[in-house]
Design a protein around this ligand. Structure first.
Ligand SMILES: C[S@@+](CC[C@H](N)C(=O)[O-])C[C@H]1O[C@@H](n2cnc3c(N)ncnc32)[C@H](O)[C@@H]1O
Length: 221
């Protein structure tokens, strides 16, 4: 059966009057068999500053901390749970941060339509571990997705991952090796302590007791 692809659909992401977009604004723009025009960060942020992306921002403490620390960089955050992203939105609005934009949508979809070589850093703090074996396939950090992150990162761009799940940590190491695009900044794939880590809510609530595996990776292309 032949399918007609609709090319170059430009998503309208209206951040003019608010720092966030809910999925209700995005879903009607998603069409079957469509190809989307690459996301233009300059239009989103009104500047050409470096772009950092956090996947699964939770209550937004982490992204807000770094946006305040690095005011000359941009921060784009993704979160799929509306109740959760609302907390992050409140935090961004309360702090009147112009360098943060939040999208209530699956990060995988948006990242796939970023321009190549456009992101300085990706942050993934405590991706859902899907502990049951039959659910492992739902884990985010698969080799293809890591390859996608590498394509979107600038050369020497960075990927930060934190997980408290040992089995997921082992899978991440395997997948990084399979992907072949990243190098650890240390002589080990991960560390179990990081002095300058900004503790997220998940870290404080669960992981601080059980221990965490931190990855700090450089994109080698
Ligand atoms: C375990 S929580 C960690 C939240 C936060 N990073 C923290 O450390 O407190 C994982 C978060 O990722 C979000 N998430 C999972 N898959 C996602 C995706 N594909 N795109 C955007 N957010 C996602 C979940 O809704 C959840 O809020």
């Amino acid at each position: 059966m032949e399918t007609n692809t609709i090319n170059n659909i430009k998503l309208i992401l209206d951040f003019a009057s608010k720092p966030y977009i809910f999925s209700e604004e995005i879903k009607p723009q998603i069409k079957p068999f469509a190809q989307y025009a690459p996301i233009n960060f300059k239009e989103i942020f009104n500047n050409s500053n470096p772009v950092n992306v956090e996947i699964g921002i939770g209550n937004g403490e982490f992204i807000v901390h770094y946006a305040q620390k690095w005011p000359n960089e941009n921060f784009l955050g993704f979160e799929v749970v509306k109740k959760v992203i609302r907390k992050a939105i409140n935090r961004v609005e309360k702090n009147n941060l112009k360098n943060v934009k939040l999208i209530h949508f699956d990060a995988k979809f948006f990242i796939s339509i970023f321009e190549d070589n456009s992101v300085k850093r990706f942050f993934v703090n405590f991706p859902d571990p899907w502990p049951k074996k039959k659910h492992h396939k739902r884990r985010l950090l698969k080799p293809e997705f890591l390859k996608l992150l590498s394509d979107k990162l600038i050369k020497n761009g960075e990927l930060f991952i934190a997980t408290d799940h040992e089995d997921y940590k082992n899978e991440i190491v395997e997948n990084l090796i399979l992907c072949g695009k990243f190098k650890s900044i240390w002589n080990t794939w991960y560390k179990e302590e990081l002095i300058d880590y900004f503790p997220t809510k998940y870290y404080r609530k669960f992981a601080s007791k059980t221990g965490v595996y931190f990855f700090h990776l450089k994109n080698e292309k």
